[in-house]
Design a protein around this ligand. Structure first.
Ligand code: GCU
Length: 661
């Protein structure tokens, strides 16, 4: 964008200067030493400069309002917060804990400095809270700079190089991420193309530059690597994981990575998936493949994130015995117990691919001897591509609270952490759609506390992000933004994919409706709609058997259309259009009703947003208003195509006689 300074002219997101006023007007003492303590000091000093307060380091106890100190405690990321005798004290044993403690005080705002506060301990439930950037170094002829990116170019790479002039922006990004609890970032696409393969070896210095900036906010850097690296980069004749020369190559390459980046996090690998190379070529298992890289990383405490997204993407649509939903479980459950301790199996939260509604992957909970990380998608590939408002907090929260059996919820079973595909690019609003920042923020906070109430996190994000000019305006502002976002995922679901069916999108780019776009394709993505009914029979009794991959009680719940939750009915069953849902409506009437409602809800949200024009920063307001135009156009398109298609297929008229084409 012309005339825009890419570092300074960016949206402050959830860290506007105003959020630091309560700290910046007071007296703060900082105790402890180290680079992240310097960061904490820099934050407080900056706030004091803006607001007239005072900060001291390692001074004697005195009349301070806030003390941030490194002491005692027992974990690198935890902190305690209390308030006695007019002083708020944050204590942490680790520097990262101190940084998170500072941002906790920012979130509390004025209330951090009022009354008494009992000592409270805060610690993340999950050690790894990571964003994966699907960024390409070189612009890919089909996917562009960022695969599935809807926020401009890459934050890290441009024209084939690391964006040197933008490192300040990378630092600002790290700051935002730390403020919502994220502690790891993968800087390149899981599909590792030719140029990107070199980041591991001769271009590692560019990764080191990025890593240095992110490290200022306690964020570790990870790299996506190709399994074929020993051949592509090392000139070896094979990448066989059991070959000694291959093992030696990985050890050597990894030692150089750690020379360049001492705090490096590890590798992310997409193997034998959608054309990426992997151990199958050598007749080896995915445990062999993952353990090869784990071995190279062990001396440095690095981890391998090995993705479980392995399925047949060249399926014959005529073949009804192969079910893509089964694939991850079928491939990986037999390997439970065979992975090295520093392997993390990274599992997409649903069995397919980030559709607006999927059941929770049956793999989660089925591999007790393997560390699993759950992968979500903040980038809105199938949920409106950051042109539609679609706050995913409730969806992620449902996933994290789901109990695969009567035991721990997903949020606890994800011992390897929570990962999201990032929705950030070089757009001045970070995420293209300013309201999509709520997804990034909510993701970080849920990764810290998976059982948090997502709606409270939304409140938190709104209060931080939107500063009212006058305090009496805050209630209208906050209620308005909340109304636009809180139910937006359900709204999106209503006007797009009914009852868990999925995939009715335009092929390749995945934006907009195309009911049969993926129906006769090799991707394993079918809805089987005909004149009588729709849905995929995944029951054990008559279908693909997928429902049987769940533990009880879910295997039984999903097995029968009478017990299967409505919102997943068509994922698990093929039923007739007049099948009566648990809600009492027929399937076809539900489709019509939700598609009309969905559009009405978008219209209502747009009106609410218009009504906030006097309260929201003009640039932000304009960007959202512009996106709402497109969302409404697209929602109407979805409504009319889906309703017309199923009206024509089924011949069943709308009970309310509304217009269907
Ligand atoms: C989806 C997405 C791809 C991506 C893949 C993955 O299929 O459309 O762009 O590469 O997921 O997660 O690896």
């Amino acid at each position: 964008m012309q005339g825009v300074d890419p570092v300074r002219d960016v949206d402050p997101a959830w860290l506007p200067d105003e959020a630091f006023r309560p700290i910046g007007t007071r007296r703060t003492l900082i105790r402890g030493a180290g680079p992240l303590v310097d960061t904490v000091h820099g934050e407080v000093a900056g706030a004091c400069e803006r607001f007239g307060g005072r900060v001291e380091r390692d001074a004697a106890p005195g009349p301070f309002d806030l003390v941030l100190e490194l002491a005692g405690e027992d974990s690198p990321e935890a902190f305690t917060c209390e308030r006695n005798g007019g002083c708020t004290t944050v204590t942490a044993s680790g520097q990262r804990g101190l940084l998170y403690g500072l941002f906790h005080v920012v979130r509390l705002g004025e209330s951090a400095f009022l009354g008494q506060r009992q000592r409270e301990r805060h610690a993340p439930a999950l050690d790894l809270r990571m964003l994966d950037h699907w960024d390409n170094v070189a612009v890919h002829p089909v996917m562009g700079q960022v695969e599935r990116g809807y926020a401009g170019g890459s934050l890290f790479w441009e024209d084939g190089r690391a964006r040197g002039e933008l490192l300040g922006r990378v630092r600002a990004y790290g700051r935002l991420l730390a403020a919502c609890g994220i502690n790891a970032v993968t800087v390149n696409n899981v599909n590792v193309h030719k140029t990107e393969a070199h980041l591991l070896t001769d271009r590692i210095d560019e990764v080191a530059d990025i890593s240095r900036e992110l490290g200022r906010y306690g964020i570790r850097t990870h790299l996506s690597v190709t399994f074929a690296a020993p051949m592509v980069l090392g000139g070896l004749p094979t990448a066989d994981p059991l070959d000694e020369a291959v093992q030696a190559w990985w050890s050597e390459a990894t030692s150089r990575v750690y020379e360049a980046i001492p705090g490096f996090g590890g590798y992310v690998v997409k193997a034998d998936s959608e054309g990426q190379p992997g151990p199958f070529a050598y007749g080896r298992s995915h445990a062999d493949g993952a353990n090869l890289l784990a071995g190279a990383l062990t001396p440095y405490n690095g981890t391998v994130h090995w993705r479980a997204f392995v399925y047949d993407h060249r399926q014959d649509w005529r073949d009804r015995t192969t079910d893509r939903a089964r694939a991850a479980y079928d491939h990986f459950v037999p390997l439970d117990g065979q992975f090295a301790p520093n392997v993390i199996l990274q599992v997409k939260h649903g069995p397919m691919d980030f559709q607006v509604r999927e059941p929770v992957s049956p793999l989660i909970g089925a591999m007790p001897r393997t560390r699993l990380a759950v992968e979500t998608q903040a980038t809105q590939e199938y949920t409106g591509q950051q042109r539609h408002v679609c706050w995913l907090g409730p969806m992620w929260s449902e996933v994290l609270r789901f109990r695969p059996e009567e035991g721990a919820p997903v949020g606890e079973l994800a011992r390897g952490g929570l990962v999201a595909v990032s929705n950030v690019g070089d757009d001045p609003f970070w995420t293209g759609h300013p309201l999509a920042q709520a997804n990034l923020y909510t993701f970080g906070r849920l990764a810290w506390q998976p059982d948090a109430n997502p709606y409270r996190l939304l409140d938190e994000w709104i209060r931080l992000t939107f500063t009212p000019r006058r305090s009496e305006e805050s209630a209208r502002l906050e209620a308005g933004v909340y109304a636009v976002l809180a139910h937006s995922w359900r709204t999106y679901e209503k006007y797009t994919a009914p009852l868990g069916v999925g995939w009715m999108v335009q092929p390749d780019h995945h934006y907009g409706p195309s009911v049969d776009g993926y129906e006769y394709s090799p991707w394993g993505t079918y809805h089987f709609a005909d004149r009588d009914g729709i849905g995929v029979d995944r029951s054990v009794a008559t279908g693909t058997g997928y429902a049987g991959q769940y533990a009880k009680p879910w295997a039984e719940v999903y097995e029968s259309p009478t017990t299967c939750p409505d919102e997943l009915l068509l994922f698990f069953h093929h039923v007739s259009y007049d099948h009566v849902l648990r809600s009492g409506k027929t399937v076809i009437q539900h489709m019509y009703d939700t598609h009309f409602e969905g559009v009405e809800e978008v219209e209502a949200a747009q009106r609410v947003w218009q009504g906030l024009s006097d309260l929201v920063d003009p640039a932000r307001h304009a960007r959202v208003a512009e996106r709402f135009e497109e969302q409404l156009r697209s929602a109407r398109e979805w409504r009319d195509q889906i309703n017309s298609y199923f009206f024509r297929k089924s011949g069943v008229a709308d009970a309310h006689g509304r217009r269907i084409y």
